[in-house]
Write a protein that binds this ligand. Structure first.
Ligand SMILES: *Cc1c(COP(=O)(O)O)cnc(C)c1O
Length: 424
């Protein structure tokens, strides 16, 4: 493809090779139907804020307590982001400095546990995150991770198991939340168990923060002691993270992020987080959050009608986990075929998956990106049809069928321009 130098004039002049790659990625994001549930399209305003001269600053410390001079403006930027986070989520305290979700969670361990302590989270193959104490992660190597899951018959979190495990193992920290959970998280139920077990409850809402901000998922406030979130998933901000908590934990959380774990904050990201939170406070963001869920429910219905097996039987949020065992196609084969058809998904384990994590039975999809482009519930029948035809084409290795789907996808996506993505 031809790059569009007018969109990035300095970059095109200095480094045409990299500019060409940026142009290619812009085209990919414009043309394809992106169904990765952890991805989105940030607004042009968020993109602009993250590419500013705030990039040039060092500012270790916190507003009013820095180790560098020249913070007259940076202090205001960070204070604005913090104030907006507190207002949007209704929390006492917010730290907007974590570089991303994984370091944010590491800071939580640093604040509330010692190496070797027992910590508890959802098992990765059940839908948890690596950083919730899974073995290959530092959090599972430096702490003793004990893991809960979902019931095989319902696909729902087994609270009897969570309580039993928590009371038997007495973890210092319990994480709730995950990366492949299609259902509402019962924060009150987790809080009751954490209280009984004497554990700190951390709600990791990385995936659903935007739904919470928009009133489309219940809030973990006041149930969780600490709330951890990325800012780049449904919240639709830059790649980054936040930790929020009640006042009693504010010092411990701040000290863990800096100087415990990190050096200077990424001020260009802090600025973009502030913009994203400003957007999240607008009435239109509530409409977006409701539409993300409405689209996911409509897509789940359409997939069920086409005989797809969905973990937990459907969705309450932005995410759908499909078990393709009954379609006779492994998740990876399906995901790669759908990618060739212009539909971007990821292969994923399903609970009790008999296959290996690198070649699992499932595919994970979600509706944040297509909702940000303005697709509505009425389009979900077509999306389900493409997925159905794509999976069937994967089974038959029918490349012509995949190419035909791609042409239809590109055609529809051209009618719904992606926020922030310049069209060549
Ligand atoms: C995405 C995610 C993370 C990690 O975020 P990164 O920014 O990729 O490090 C942590 N926890 C949950 C539940 C997530 O979904």
């Amino acid at each position: 493809m031809t790059p569009a130098p007018e969109h990035h004039p300095a970059l095109s002049a200095t480094d045409p090779e990299l500019a060409r790659l940026v142009g290619a990625e812009e085209r990919l994001q414009a043309e394809t139907l992106r169904l990765i549930p952890s991805e989105n399209y940030v607004s042009a305003a968020v993109l602009e804020a993250s590419g500013t001269v705030l990039q040039n600053k060092y500012s270790e410390g916190y507003p009013g307590r820095r180790y560098y001079e020249g913070q007259q403006v940076v202090d205001q930027v960070e204070s604005l982001a913090v104030a907006r986070a507190k207002a949007v989520f209704g929390v006492d305290h917010a730290n907007v400095q974590p570089y991303s979700g994984s370091p944010a969670n590491l800071a939580v361990y640093l604040a509330f546990a010692q190496p070797g302590d027992t910590v508890m989270g959802m098992a990765l193959p059940m839908g948890g995150h690596l950083t919730h104490g899974w073995g290959v992660s530092a959090t599972g190597k430096w702490f003793r991770g004990v893991q809960y899951g979902v019931r095989q018959d319902t696909g729902l979190i087994d609270f009897d198991q969570v309580r039993e495990l928590a009371l038997a193992e007495r973890p210092k920290v319990i994480f709730c939340g995950g990366t492949a959970l299609p259902r509402t998280i019962d924060f009150a139920a987790f809080a009751e168990i954490a209280r009984e077990a004497g554990a700190v409850l951390v709600a990791d809402v990385a995936h659903i923060a935007g739904l919470i901000a928009g009133g489309a998922h219940p809030s973990p406030v006041p149930h969780a002691d600490v709330i951890s979130t990325t800012t780049h998933k449904t919240l639709r901000g830059p790649r980054g993270a936040m930790l929020m908590c009640r006042e009693e934990h504010a010092k411990a959380v701040d000290k863990a992020v800096f100087p415990g774990l990190q050096g200077g904050p990424h001020n260009q990201t802090t600025a973009a987080i502030a913009v994203a939170l400003h957007e999240a406070a607008q009435p239109s963001f509530r409409d977006y959050a409701q539409a993300v869920v409405a689209n996911a429910k409509a897509l789940a219905e359409a997939l069920l009608a086409r005989g797809f097996d969905l973990v937990s039987g459907g969705t309450d949020n932005h995410l759908i986990l499909m078990d393709l065992t009954g379609k006779d196609v492994p998740g990876k084969i399906a995901a790669k075929a759908l990618d060739r058809a212009g539909i971007v998904v990821n292969y994923n384990t399903v609970p009790y998956d008999p296959r290996k994590p690198f070649d699992p039975s499932g595919v994970r999809i979600g509706t944040p990106s297509l909702t940000s482009r303005g697709l509505e519930a009425e389009h979900m029948a077509a999306v389900a049809e493409w997925i159905d035809r794509g999976v069937e084409a994967a089974r038959k290795a029918d490349e012509d069928a995949l190419a035909a789907i791609r042409a239809e996808v590109v055609d529809l996506m051209a009618q719904y321009p992606a926020p922030g993505v310049p069209v060549a």
